[in-house]
Ligand binder design. Structure first.
Ligand code: NAP
Length: 254
């Protein structure tokens, strides 16, 4: 097997029914990985698993709410019992919130963003860690955001959560490097997915134009462009990289 192969790897993708998670699952399955898709969205998750299997790949869907630790434990039990070793976890499930200044964001919105985007990543990291410690290694790829490395005006709750994801990634990377378990974060800017289409639909023309041109490339990223970087991280070619934040932003933070 060449260093750039994912063939035969079992990769668990949370939030795998849509957007970046779905594109990553499609690309990785085309390259020979077995995929467990995990998502709240059962309809799209089952349909995507079916599509991957119809196209000659190997995928299964498990419904999960990543903000519920018992639901996450059941997901990992199911994935390990069915397919054995989990080689890579792509910790991708996430939500955003309506763009508002901090004083207008209610506590429930803040808590929901922390529950899904931080607690969800935490629960999945801990399950993956326990499993990977027993299995001699693995790789956890946490999907953060440019909002996790710089200010995100009107998205403060989301930004707080995504900064926490980077902190968890870096600390775990240092703690578990000697156990052959790697942790990296991926930080995209605006990518054309249902999440961003929803944000665009709530903005006026001026706001839409500003968002679309928010980086030097003057365009949204495509989910395939994030999936490509994630797929590379899943290979042994990235083997010396841990505790890193891979920024995919069309030059926005340069
Ligand atoms: P998306 O298209 O909305 O996909 C997210 C998926 O996660 C959806 O299928 C969603 O299900 C699922 N999900 C939400 N809450 C969940 C929960 N509690 N448990 C399990 N699954 C849950 O979003 P995306 O744009 O691909 O985003 C993927 C990740 O990239 C997120 O972490 C996001 O913050 C991050 N990101 C996105 C962008 C961007 O511009 N798109 C930029 C930076 C970072 P439902 O549809 O049922 O809610």
């Amino acid at each position: 097997m060449s260093d750039n192969s994912v063939a035969g790897k079992h990769i668990l993708v949370t939030g795998g029914a849509s957007g970046i998670g779905a594109e990553s699952a499609l690309l990785l399955s085309k390259r020979g990985a077995s995929i467990t898709l995990a998502d709240l969205n059962e309809v799209d998750g089952i349909a995507l698993a079916q599509r991957i299997n119809d196209e000659g790949g190997q995928a299964r869907f498990v419904k999960v709410d990543v903000s519920d630790s018992a639901s996450v434990a059941a997901l990992f039990d199911s994935a390990i019992n069915e397919l054995g070793n989990i080689d890579v976890l792509i910790n991708n499930a996430g939500i955003d919130h309506d763009p508002k200044f901090m004083l207008e964001i209610d506590d429930a919105t803040f808590h929901k963003n922390i529950a899904v985007n931080v607690n969800g990543v935490w629960y999945c990291m801990k399950q993956a860690l326990a499993h990977m410690m027993q299995n001699g290694g693995g790789h956890v790829i946490n999907i953060s955001s440019v909002a996790g490395i710089r200010a995100a005006p009107t998205l403060s709750a989301y930004s707080a959560a995504k900064h926490a994801v980077v902190g968890l990634t870096k600390s775990a990377a240092v703690e578990y490097a000697r156990h052959n378990i790697r942790f990296n974060a991926v930080c995209p800017s605006f990518i054309r997915t249902p999440m961003v289409e929803n944000v665009l639909s709530k903005l006026d023309k001026r706001g839409q134009k500003a968002l679309l041109k928010a980086n030097p490339m003057k365009r949204l990223g495509e989910p395939q462009e994030v999936a490509g970087a994630i797929a590379w991280l899943c290979t042994a070619e990235s083997s010396f990289m841990t505790g890193h934040t891979v920024v995919l932003d069309g030059g926005m933070t340069a």
